[in-house]
Design a protein around this ligand. Structure first.
Ligand code: BG6
Length: 467
């Protein structure tokens, strides 16, 4: 048997894609309410917030039903995010919104009732809108203190209930989507290298401070970082393609090297020098950064072929970026390349490099599901999802056999939710179908898909049914 007996099997969602109820019980607006459908790269403040993006799947009111379904599959862990603006509506208040905390009290208690370990993301593309509008998000150093206050509040509140925490979701999304990743209002093209590295520094310090104070509050906390995980292949054996691959690796390494090792490595100092950047630091920043993470977590949807001459190749869609078409891989309906081997390679590479436990906190396939009716009820025969997940889990198993320490696996969008990049409902990831369409119509009823029963068996057998 390859999967360790305490392997954390489960699923993942985020507040902004699942909860809905964006204006209830004192929640403040987040950047998400100002991102229109399919245009998540910039704010759209021309329309009232409630005319914009689809508003989740009403997890806010249905979390008991949903968590019961997760428990039926045997989940050992549920990854969800706390919406910062539910706790601090503008982000900069000193006192928290008690009603916001009470909501998460209930979600966490409901998980614990079934023995499901909560895995809490502190910031999942949900910067409070006020901080973006007034301060340009993480470009302003003040956010480090505001974030600390927020983290301290939830750490203290849940210190006896939550062990696993993640700081920033896909922190490296900053490079391509500064609004989504770091709540930056200034359009990307107007940001300088100095700005980018300064924003990254603020987030890195904030993340390390969270690790530091989290461990002070409860030394048993396990606090991880979270990166958008992609494995880069050189397109050909021409050495210049491997040089291009090493360059592309920096997207991820910039954050991993600091968060996992507790300091900026030489190559980053050289990078700053090369671009004439001087990152402004405060006196204790170096000490704070030394508080490295307990484990590394990442999302994995695809690999990426990299070339020194990209103009020679066709491209296709990727997770938050275009990628060159890899002739050896097939694609999802949204053009994302499918590469289970890439997951094994990424796991082995990261483990070899950082020697820290790894946690796959997102993986899955966005697909169009068809609801079919027969005399026994409604069905969704999603064999394509079972195949995708089976092949990726088999890759995880191979990495474990190679000695990689993997803490767990939370399948992304374990219940259908609103897509982050396209704001669609029809791009479905879940084991559980939610009756809602792209116009917001539907009963919101939940239906178990074929993959629901398959995943239940995976968990029951601790992965023995994976082929
Ligand atoms: C990750 C995000 O980038 O990918 C999730 O952390 C997101 O929030 C997921 O939903 C899948 O992307 P999409 O665009 O298909 O929803």
């Amino acid at each position: 048997m390859s999967f360790p007996k305490d392997f954390l099997w489960g699923g993942a969602i985020s507040a902004n894609q699942a909860e809905g109820a964006y204006n209830l019980d004192g929640r403040g607006l987040s950047i998400q309410e100002y991102m229109s459908k399919g245009a998540f790269a910039h704010l759209d403040t021309s329309v009232e917030a409630d005319n914009l993006k689809l508003d989740g799947i009403d997890f806010y009111h249905r979390f008991k039903e949903d968590i019961a379904l997760f428990a039926e599959m045997g989940f050992k862990v549920l990854r969800f995010s706390i919406a910062w603006s539910r706790i601090f509506p503008n982000g900069d208040e000193l006192e928290p919104n008690e009603l916001g905390l009470q909501f998460y009290d209930q979600v966490i208690d409901e998980c614990l009732k079934y023995g499901i370990e909560p895995l809490v993301t502190l910031s999942h593309y949900e910067t409070p809108y006020y901080l973006t509008n007034q301060l340009d998000g993480w470009l302003d150093r003040k956010l480090v203190n505001y974030f600390e206050n927020y983290c301290r509040t939830v750490f203290q509140r849940y210190q006896h209930k939550v062990t696993y925490w993640l700081t920033f979701n896909e922190i490296n999304a900053l490079w391509n989507f500064p609004l989504l990743g770091a709540g930056i209002k200034t359009p990307k093209e107007k940001l300088t290298k100095q700005d980018f590295y300064q924003i990254a520094h603020h987030e890195l310090v904030a993340s390390a401070r969270a690790v530091k104070i989290g461990h002070e509050i409860n030394p048993n906390f396990k606090i991880g970082n979270m990166v958008l995980g992609i494995y880069n292949y050189p397109m050909t054996a021409n050495p210049i393609d491997t040089i291009a691959k090493l360059e592309a690796d920096k997207n991820l390494n910039y954050f991993l090297d600091v968060q996992a090792r507790g300091k900026y490595p030489n190559w980053i100092h050289n990078e700053w020098r090369k671009y004439g950047v001087e990152v402004k630091m405060e006196e204790d920043d170096e000490e704070v950064l030394s508080h490295s993470v307990d484990f590394i977590s990442f999302s994995y949807y695809m690999s990426r072929a990299v070339s020194a001459t990209p103009e020679l190749y066709q491209s296709t869609n990727g997770n938050l970026s275009k990628v060159l078409k890899n002739p050896y891989l097939s694609q999802t309906e949204w053009g994302w390349e499918i590469d289970p081997n890439g997951l094994q390679i990424l796991l082995q590479t990261l483990y070899e490099k950082y020697q820290l436990p790894l946690f796959i906190v997102e993986n899955g396939i966005g697909a169009i599901d068809k609801v079919e009716k027969d005399e026994t009820g409604l069905h969704i025969h999603d064999q394509y999802r079972i195949d995708y997940l089976n092949n990726h889990l088999s890759a995880v198993e191979r990495a474990i056999v190679e000695g990689v320490e993997v803490l767990g696996y939370t399948m992304w969008g374990c219940i259908d939710l609103v897509s982050a990049s396209t704001a669609e409902m029809k791009k479905r990831y879940g084991f559980i179908y939610v009756d809602r369409d792209d116009n917001g119509e539907g009963t919101l009823d939940r239906i178990r898909k074929d993959s629901f029963y398959w995943y239940k068996e995976v968990i029951d057998s601790n992965g023995r049914n994976i082929k």
